[in-house]
Design a protein around this ligand. Structure first.
Ligand SMILES: [Zn+2]
Length: 119
């Protein structure tokens, strides 16, 4: 069974390594949507895989670092692509959420990056 929970935050960023003149090199912002996926068996007594509230609690300190901030100034996000952001969240979330199976970062309505646990 897979559970997912979506989080939203607003952040500014600028990509330092794109070619000269690339629009992502300019300072701009995104309304990010980030989906946390966890995989596990249903606990027969509780009838659930996990408490959605536990996912929310695990994400709270990370959202506080990302929301309404300039991502380039967050340690570890000096090159804040969606791919780097997915790894940044994974590394910080996994210790408190061992069932973590995937993270999706939606940078815009049409562009997303998915990081999955290796098989
Ligand atoms: Zn961007």
């Amino acid at each position: 069974m897979e559970l997912s929970k979506e989080f939203r935050f607003e952040s500014a960023h600028q990509l330092p390594y794109v070619p000269e003149g690339h629009k992502c090199g300019r300072l701009h912002g995104h309304s990010y949507r980030l989906t946390v996926h966890i995989d596990g068996d249903i606990d027969s007594s509780a009838g659930w895989v996990a408490d959605f509230g536990d996912i929310k609690a695990a994400m709270k300190p990370l959202i506080e670092q990302l929301d309404h901030n300039f991502l380039n100034e967050v340690p570890g996000l000096e090159n804040p692509t969606s791919e780097v952001l997915a790894y940044w969240v994974w590394d910080r979330l996994q210790p408190s959420l061992p069932l973590l199976s995937a993270i999706t970062v939606h940078e815009t309505c049409t562009s997303a990056c998915v990081l999955r646990k290796p098989a």
